[in-house]
Structure formats: C-alpha cells, structure tokens
Ligand binder design. Structure first.
Ligand code: SAH
Length: 248
C-alpha cells in the first residue's frame, strides 16, 4: 500500500515540524487510517516530493516531520486549456482530466451559448488539488476566473498557438495539424455544448495565432473533446512524446 500523497504549499525541509489542518488530518486519520509512526508523501512544485513521518495524528490536527527527499519536482508543458463551462458534473470532469493530462493553466471562457452553473473557482481548485495528488503531479494547475471570449481573444499573445477545436468549420485533423510542432507554448479552446456561433468562429479564425483543428467526423461532448484534444497534444507535442514509462 503506497503512502498517501498530499500537496503541501509551504517549504519542505528535513526535520521541520509541519502541522496539517483539519481537512488533511481527517483524510489521513479517518479515511486513510494512518497514525503516528506512519509515512506520508508531501510534495510541491518547488521542493519536489518528500517522505514525512507522522509524529502525532488526530482528526483535528496532525504533525509531520519531512525526513527524505524522494523525487525532484517536474513541471508540466506550457499548455493552457480554455473551455466553455458546461453542467457542473461535466465541468468537474474537465478540471480533473485536465489536471491528470498535464495542463498548466485551466481557463473557463464564457461564450454566447455557454449555459453553466456559476463557476466556483474554489471548488474547481479543490478538485484540481485532489487530482494532482492522485496523478502524481508536483504542481497544481492554475485555475483562472471565468473570462468572456472577446476579452480572451483581444489580449491574445502572438507567441502562443491557439488550437481551436472547431466542430463545424473546415479544419485538418488535429494530429496532422500538430505534426512536427514540438512543445512550444500552446492553448486548446473547446466550446460549450451548443457550440460556437458563426460570428465567434470567424472571430477566432481571424486571430493570427489560431489553429483550427478537427477532432474527427463525430460531434463530441465538450468533456469528451477536452480529453481527446489534450491526449492528442500530449502524445504529439507534450511530455508523453518519447516518454518511456519507468515505474519502480
Ligand atoms: N455544435 C455542437 C456541439 C458542440 S460540442 C452541437 O450543437 O451539437 C462542444 C465543443 O467540443 C465544440 O465547440 C468543439 O470545441 C468541440 N468538438 C466537439 N466535436 C468536435 C469535432 N468533431 N471536431 C472539433 N471540435 C469538436
């Protein structure tokens, strides 16, 4: 049984004493049934992953002592996901999959046909944190406040390709469009369940950095499109390309 893995945002140094709050303590003691003397893995993007021993543990608070650095931190590629929020459960799925699939920034975008419950950034950040712990990332994806599509496009940087998943327009298959691109700064844009309006489609395509792509002959749900597009990008340009899985 592997040691539980918890994100810890403050510095990790050998022999420090670290106090965990109520939520993490409840998870460790009540859910993972750990107690004093057991080991836990603590990690963050600066200090990597450390093995820490539990000194005292009860539901209200836990004290840990980092003892040994296990792994240096590794970053994820410079990839942003821009998506139009959809119904809560599917938005949750999108945030969790984007975290596992190595997105650095998650940016909710409000388009004309976006019908979504209020985007609760704190809730999405908690989901992303749990997914980062499970997927063995070292950093947490940055979750942005929801922004209107026009504002996002108006300020778009010329050096970041905007891979526009266009379900309705003429566009090359994504894998073909990415061939030979390498892992330069990138963003992937996925629309709402109702798709983009023709005006939005034109506006996006007029952007010099835009790269319209197709995800095949069928119309995918937004959450399916996110998983498919991120998989294509990571395997073609990102940190899956050339990665030989070495699991100890
Ligand atoms: N317009 C469709 C639904 C859009 S699906 C309808 O009205 O039924 C939601 C989003 O997923 C789209 O805006 C697009 O970004 C992406 N998507 C879905 N299927 C796609 C495909 N075959 N090619 C490219 N993008 C796709």
């Amino acid at each position: 049984m592997t040691d539980p893995r918890l994100y810890y945002g403050d510095p990790l140094r050998a022999s420090d004493e670290i106090r965990l709050g109520r939520d993490e303590s409840h998870y460790l003691v009540s859910v993972m049934r750990r107690q004093a003397g057991d080991s836990v893995r603590l990690f963050n993007a600066q200090d990597g992953e450390w093995r820490a021993v539990i000194l005292t543990a009860d539901r209200k608070g836990t004290i840990l002592r980092p003892e040994e650095k296990l792994r240096a931190a590794q970053g994820v590629p410079d990839l942003d996901l821009l998506f139009a929020p959809v119904k809560k459960a599917r938005t949750d799925f999108i945030v969790e999959k984007a975290t596992e699939l190595g997105v650095r920034r998650i940016r909710p975008v409000l388009t004309r046909r976006t019908i979504a419950d209020k985007v609760r950034i704190d809730r999405l950040a908690a989901l992303a944190r749990e997914a980062a712990e499970q997927t063995e990332r070292f950093d947490l994806p940055e979750i942005f406040e929801a922004e209107k599509l026009d504002a996002v496009l108006n300020g778009w940087p010329a050096d970041r390709v905007l891979i526009f998943c266009d379900e309705a327009g003429e566009a090359p298959p994504m894998a073909e469009a990415l061939r030979g691109r390498g892992a330069s700064k990138a963003a992937i844009l996925i629309g709402p369940e109702g798709g983009f309006t023709p005006e939005e489609r034109d506006r996006i395509r007029r952007l010099p950095a835009a790269m319209p792509v197709s995800l095949g002959p069928r119309i995918l749900r937004a959450d399916t499109a996110v998983a498919a597009a991120l998989t294509l990008w990571q395997s073609g340009c990102g940190d899956w390309a050339g990665h030989a899985q070495a699991r100890d």
